[in-house]
Design a protein around this ligand. Structure first.
Ligand code: C2E
Ligand code: CA
Ligand code: CA
Length: 410
C-alpha cells in the first residue's frame, strides 16, 4: 500500500461528463485545493485517450451519467492494462443499495449522492489519497501508442470474428406475464474469442459502433435471427416473434430499410414475426428524422419496441409520434421494484403511459418470482429475465421452449 504522502505530484483529477456550469464551479473548487484538473466530454474512447495522455490519479464521473453508462466506462478502462486500475469516483442521484453494488462490482471505488457539493468531493478525494487508494496511471511515455495498438489489435480481431465464425447468437424467451406462455425471444450476440473466451456484447458493441463494424455484425445477427425463426416455423413449431437489437449507428444507416427487407425476403420470415428493439436514447435525437425512419420500418410490417425504457426521459407527446408496439422497462428499475418504492412508482408510470398509448409493456431482467408477481399486478404484459431463462443457444431454446413439455412456463 502507498504511504499517505507518496503522491508527490499534485493530484490529477480527470472529470468526465457533468453539466457545464456545475463543472466549472467544481473545477475552480478543486484547483483552489491545488489539484490539477482536466475535463472530458464524449464517448468512452475519448475518455480513455484523455486518461492516457493526462495520467490522472482518479477519474470523477460527475452527475448526469446513467448507472449503465458508468459500468460501461469502467469496463472500457479495464480493457487497457495501462489504466485498468484507475480509481473511479461516481456522483449519482440514485444511491439505492442494488445500484451502488453494481457500480462497486464494476470497479467504482466511491459512490457519492448527487447533487454533490464540491467540498464533499474534495473531502472524498483527500481521504482516498490518504489511504493510498490513488496512484498514477497512464501518461508514461508511449502509453498512447500502446493504447492505440491494443485497440487496433482488438479491432482487427473483431473485424475477423465474423469470417472466422466466432460470432454466435443466443435467444432469451419473452413470456406472457399472466400465464407464462411463450410469446417471443430476444436474439443476443456473443463473441467467442479464441484468447479471451466469451466476450460479452457490452465489451465489444461500443467498439463495433465506433468503427462502423456494427453495420455488418448487426446485419449478420438480423439474418441469423430471421433464418432461425423461419426454420422453427418450417418445422411446425408455434409462431413466436424474434426481437433484434438495433444500435444507434444502425438506426442512422441509410441502408437499414434495405437490410431489413432483404433479411426478411431471403429467410422467408413474414415481417410480423420480427421485432426491432431501439433504445430510448437512440430515439431522442431529431424527432422528425426518428419518426420517418420508424415509419419506413413499420411500413414493412415489422414490430418496433423501445428498449431500456425509463432511462432517457422521453415524454408522452414525443412517444405519441412514433409507430411503436412495445416498451421494455429497463432492468435497473425491475432490479429493486419490490423493495424501492421509487422504482415501483416508475414501473407503474411506464405501464400506465404505455397502455394509454396502446403499447405492450415488457419487464426486463426479472430474476425473482416476487418481481414477476409485482410486475404482473402492476399490469405489465410480458416479462423476460433469468427467472424464465438466461439467453441460450438455439438448440437449447428449441428443446426447452419450443419442442417439448416445457412449452408452458410458469
Ligand atoms: P439489452 O438489449 O438490454 O439486453 C438484455 C441484457 O440483459 C442481455 O445482456 C441479457 O443477457 C441481460 N439479462 C437478461 N435477463 C437478465 C436478468 O434477469 N438479470 C440480469 N442481471 N441480466 C439479464 P447481454 O446479452 O450481455 O447484452 C447486453 C447488451 O448488449 C444488450 O442489452 C444490447 O444493448 C447489446 N446487444 C446484445 N446483442 C446485440 C446485437 O446483436 N446488436 C446490438 N446492436 N446490440 C446488442
Ligand atoms: Ca434489447
Ligand atoms: Ca434492455
Amino acid at each position: 500500500m502507498t504511504s499517505p504522502d507518496s503522491v508527490s505530484t499534485p493530484l490529477r483529477i480527470l472529470i468526465c461528463q457533468g453539466e457545464s456550469d456545475r463543472r466549472q464551479e467544481l473545477v475552480e473548487h478543486l484547483e483552489r485545493e491545488s489539484f490539477e484538473v482536466e475535463c472530458v466530454q464524449g464517448g468512452n474512447g475519448t475518455c480513455v485517450e484523455t486518461a492516457l495522455r493526462f495520467g490522472p490519479h482518479v477519474l470523477l464521473v460527475d452527475e448526469d451519467s446513467t448507472h449503465s453508462s458508468i459500468v460501461k466506462l469502467c469496463r472500457t478502462l479495464q480493457r487497457s492494462e495501462l489504466i485498468e486500475g484507475l480509481p473511479v469516483v461516481a456522483c449519482v442521484s440514485d444511491i439505492s443499495t442494488g445500484r451502488v453494488e453494481r457500480l462497486e462490482q464494476a470497479g467504482v471505488v466511491e459512490v457519492l449522492a448527487a447533487p454533490t457539493h464540491p467540498a464533499l468531493i474534495v473531502h472524498c478525494l483527500k481521504r482516498l489519497e490518504q489511504i493510498g487508494a490513488l496512484q498514477e496511471s497512464g501518461s508514461q511515455p508511449g502509453s498512447m501508442s500502446r493504447w492505440a495498438s491494443e485497440r487496433a489489435a482488438f479491432e482487427a480481431s473483431l473485424r475477423e470474428a465474423e469470417q472466422r465464425g466466432e460470432l454466435a447468437v443466443c435467444y432469451q424467451p419473452r413470456v406472457d406475464a399472466a400465464d407464462g406462455a411463450l410469446l417471443g425471444m430476444e436474439c443476443l450476440v456473443r463473441w467467442n474469442h479464441p484468447q479471451f473466451g466469451c466476450v460479452p456484447p457490452d465489451q465489444f458493441i461500443p467498439l463495433a459502433e465506433e468503427t462502423g463494424l456494427i453495420i455488418s455484425i448487426g446485419e449478420w445477427v438480423l439474418r441469423e435471427a430471421c433464418n432461425q425463426t423461419q426454420y422453427w416455423r418450417d418445422k411446425g413449431f408455434p409462431d413466436v416473434r424474434v426481437s433484434v437489437n438495433l444500435s444507434a449507428v444502425q438506426f442512422q444507416d441509410a441502408d437499414l430499410f434495405g437490410t431489413v427487407q432483404r433479411a426478411l425476403k431471403d429467410s422467408g420470415l413474414p415481417a410480423e414475426w420480427l421485432e426491432l428493439e431501439v433504445t430510448e436514447s437512440t430515439l431522442m435525437g431529431d424527432p422528425s428524422a426518428t419518426a420517418l425512419t420508424l415509419e419506413n420500418l413499420k411500413s414493412l410490417g415489422v414490430h418496433l419496441s423501445i428498449d431500456d425504457f425509463g432511462t432517457g426521459y422521453s415524454s408522452l407527446s414525443y412517444l405519441k409520434r412514433f409507430p411503436i408496439d412495445a416498451l421494455k422497462i429497463d432492468r435497473s428499475f425491475v432490479d429493486e421494484v419490490t423493495t424501492n418504492p421509487d422504482d415501483a412508482a416508475i414501473a407503474t408510470a411506464i405501464v400506465l403511459m404505455g397502455h394509454s398509448l396502446r403499447l405492450r409493456v415488457v419487464g426486463e431482467g426479472v430474476e425473482t418470482t416476487d418481481q414477476q408477481t409485482l410486475l404482473r399486478l402492476l399490469g405489465c404484459d410480458e416479462i423476460q429475465g433469468y427467472l424464465i431463462s438466461p439467453p441460450i443457444p438455439a438448440e437449447r431454446f428449441e428443446e426447452r421452449f419450443l419442442g417439448g413439455r416445457d412449452r408452458e412456463v410458469a
